[in-house]
Design a protein around this ligand. Sequence first.
Ligand code: GLU
Length: 415
Amino acid sequence: MPDRELTMLETAHAYFNETCDLLDVEDGLRQVLLNPWRQLSVSVPIRMDNGEIRVFNGFRVQHNGVRGPYKGGVRYAPAADAAHTNALAMLMTWKTALVDIPFGGAKGGVQVQPADLSEGELNRLTRRYTGAISHIIGPQRDIPAPDMGTNAQVMAWMMDAFGQTNGYSPGAVTGKPIELGGSYGREAATGRGVCDIAMLAAADIGIDMRGATVAIQGFGNVGSFAGQRMVEIGAHVVALSDANRAIYDPAGLDMEEVLAHNARVGSLENCPLGEVITNEELLELDVDILIPAAIEGVISTENAEKIRARLIVEAANSPITYGADAILADQGTTVIPDILANAGGVIVSYFEWAQNIQRFRWTLNRVNEELYTTISHGFDRAQEMAKERDLTPRKAAYAVAVGAVAKATELRGFI
Ligand code: GLU
């Protein structure tokens, strides 16, 4: 065990290497699967509203394209540097392989705090970034989508900017507004998929979802929809948080009221419901299910021993550090890994892309049903592997995913 916390990229590499050891993947093939196939680093200059010019760093990392066009979100965050984007791109390769959708893995990033930019500045930034990567994206090449700090509006600007030189191409970007060819259910998809997976995992370890207690860290696009869905399926969401406030009510929070406050204020700040706790305390609550849906690395070797939840569903990408993952496994905590838990977003992105290229719209019911079919298939594949080889859910999910990409590479015959 390393004596310091691994970075996100080191963590991604460590899980990958362990999986290759388990599957006996030969060294040369490991290199093909480990290294990103293409990493583009671009400079994104824009004129700010005050007349000043600022230059932001942008990236698009195409990790692996063996199973189809590269696919993955674009993150606007100060931490979205080359290494970060690289790690997230690799997770996308395993995610699409595990749930068996016909894409490779990619990720984009711009190092910016989007909350500090006006709408006009964000629009200009998005257009400039899209222009800088437009020669490597497209409906059959690489299809961006939302991630942390981006949303349907940013995707609409990306589609528009890409279309200016390439013609109308809704399939070039997913997570678009419904009015521009977005899919019903895409916005809620990651949160919904998190709950589908939580239900399956809970049933497996004997937690009854009706009345189960749930704590959710993060109230953005993933956490807020996961919270609503949890209430719909009869669980008690006892704690919620965003960067401004964490609230706790052992009897269950009134989700409608939390949503109304969030819509009014734009955050949970000053939300009068429940008792105010800290984000750290939320993670350590004695609940059945913990859903970290905010940022990476929140469960580390510092607090892993204090986690009391029986089941953790990784709604964010990489919320548990490598060291913490081992501690949780020793404690007997069931951890459903990000590459499975949050795959609902990219699954419905796939449906959106399929609808776009067929010029055909699905109903919300169809989207949600097919989401369940696809994500539960990923769950079953990982479960089967876990039982067969006595692995944790993360190790099993990686074994299925890396195995599938390795096999597809061999079949392609290019090496
Ligand atoms: N950003 C999401 C993820 O990390 C969705 C990606 C997509 O829809 O392509 O999985």
